[in-house]
Design a binder for this molecule. Sequence first.
Ligand SMILES: Nc1ncnc2c1ncn2[C@@H]1O[C@H](COP(=O)(O)OP(=O)(O)O)[C@@H](O)[C@H]1O
Ligand SMILES: [Mg+2]
Length: 331
Amino acid sequence: MHDNNTVKKQLETIEDPSAQAPLSKTKGVKHVSIDEDGRVNIIIALKKVDDATKNAVKRAIAKIVKLDLGFAGVKVDFEPLEKPKKKPSHAKIIGVASGKGGVGKSSVAANLALSLKRLGKKVALIDADIYGASIPTIFDIDIQPPKANEDEKIIPFSYEGVQLISAEFFMDANKPLMWRGPMLGKLLNHFFEDVDWDEALDFMIIDLPPGTGDVAMDIQKLVPKSEMLIVTTPHPSASHVALKAGLAAKQLDHKIIGVIENMSYLKHGEATLNIFGKDGGKIVAGRLDTDLIAQIPIGQPESGHHSLYGINEPIGVHFLGLANKLIKRYQ
Ligand SMILES: Nc1ncnc2c1ncn2[C@@H]1O[C@H](COP(=O)(O)OP(=O)(O)O)[C@@H](O)[C@H]1O
Ligand SMILES: [Mg+2]
């Protein structure tokens, strides 16, 4: 009599018509056992468990098990093939928070992601700002729903090799803002589970919505291992709220990587102008017991792009320095 393994090998030559691939490739032969009275019990996973697919596979099984191998009977159960879980499990997840909008949180997240990529890392950027998603604008992506691949995973957008996904593609534009808050958790979950991320991602940068305690709580629940960057301007009105966001994150045991002071100063010839005041970043870092890890000056990209800075211009170099610090941190 043939043993389980021989039967399994033979079954694996059968084609799953719904996957257009043999069961050996889909790993669809889930179980084979042989009763004492010579009946074979089989569990087969199919990409689509519909009648046409089941019948085709059943016929192929009966031929192999009964005719070719000479067993007395066969019982087949079907189940759906589990979607391959592709998860970038080694990626460092970094949330970028500011508490308040308009301080350059998205610009920092975008330029940081791009700089990490320019330094050779595999990077994803998640735009989770449900109130004012701006990553599509920054990267000049048309607002159109992303496509899905054959595993029904969402194909992220790509910009210079940075994988991108935005809340903007999934939000009903007519939905009142106050209904959006409770969706953050679900949306993040969707982003983590259903997007076809590169498995070998080194970094996932999340542009978080403004907000303090509630946002920190959603993040804590979904990505307890994420760490935070806090963005502020030197101005007290921004640093005050950034501090709150930082304290909320800290209370929930999120590691704070450091504070980034954006729009720190303006270089004008030899002079350094403190347009938005001074020391906001230093004060927030001090209160959060962390470091002020970057001070990004005010300036328009020279490259002509509206938000992304090139590697040969001073602000681009600031961002490369910041990216380098992060890479070193995790080495
Ligand atoms: N360092 C900077 N110098 C000049 N403009 C900046 C700088 N950082 C951000 N901006 C501009 O400020 C505006 C708000 O930035 P954004 O990143 O959208 O803020 P947030 O995400 O915090 O709401 C944008 O128009 C952006 O281009
Ligand atoms: Mg933003």
